[in-house]
Design a protein around this ligand. Structure first.
Ligand code: GDP
Length: 197
């Protein structure tokens, strides 16, 4: 898929106020600092569509972007940032879970995972929650340039083994590096395929 247009539509923390549009949506979510903004900019070939920040946990809103006038890319808040207060975390979780439960336009969720780390309980719990709520998801491993290729393979094999303990089938997996601009076609073609089916 070629990205011809990519426009910011709106930010909010209330699913009821998300764009009143039937267009299919693809959500991106992951732990703070996982490389979500960099990935969104890489996918859309825009330098700062999503802001890349050195400060984890900064973007706490549901951000809609209109791509090629035909689908929405949804940038969801990063989770798991320790410096957010408990009260804030609770509110934060509610509107994320509301988004998943009350947004029928959502077609697929891309859960971003830093390829360097072992499976983190917060990510595994979140996948379980998505599964229970029958929300289709794929895993995007980020920052693959930080490892040698055999380490990438090892880490994915370990991750897959852990997932197979809970899941009968593995979700689609993508390996990306925003620095090296790899994995872009695979993710975009996957979205295109779903949009056409
Ligand atoms: P977010 O908090 O998930 O949106 O993460 P950001 O996109 O802001 O990235 C967090 C940090 O990781 C920044 O310092 C980025 O430059 C760095 N980063 C993001 N993606 C990559 C990548 O593919 N490779 C490398 N080496 N660094 C990355």
């Amino acid at each position: 898929m070629q990205i011809k247009t990519a426009k910011f539509v709106m930010s909010n923390s209330d699913v009821a106020k998300c764009p009143n549009s039937p267009l299919p949506e693809y959500a991106f979510i992951g732990r703070s600092n996982v490389g979500k903004s960099s990935l969104i900019n890489m996918l859309t070939e825009r330098k700062s569509l999503a802001k890349v920040s050195g400060k984890p946990g900064k973007t706490r809103l549901i951000n809609h972007f209109l791509i090629n006038e035909s689908w929405h890319l949804v940038d969801l808040p990063g989770y798991g940032y320790a410096k957010v207060s408990k009260k804030e975390k609770k509110i934060f979780q509610k509107y994320i879970t509301d988004y998943f439960r009350k947004r029928p336009q959502l077609v697929n969720t891309f859960l971003l995972v830093d390829i360097r780390h072992e499976p983190q309980p917060i990510d595994i719990e979140f996948m379980t929650w998505l599964g229970k709520n029958q929300i289709p998801f794929s895993i995007i491993f980020t920052k693959s340039d930080k490892l040698k290729s055999h380490q990438v393979e090892n880490n994915i094999a370990n991750y897959s083994t852990e997932l197979m303990e809970t899941w009968a089938e593995l979700p689609p997996i993508f390996i990306t590096s925003s620095s090296k601009k790899t994995g872009r076609d695979e993710v975009l073609n996957y979205i295109e395929q779903i949009n056409q089916s």
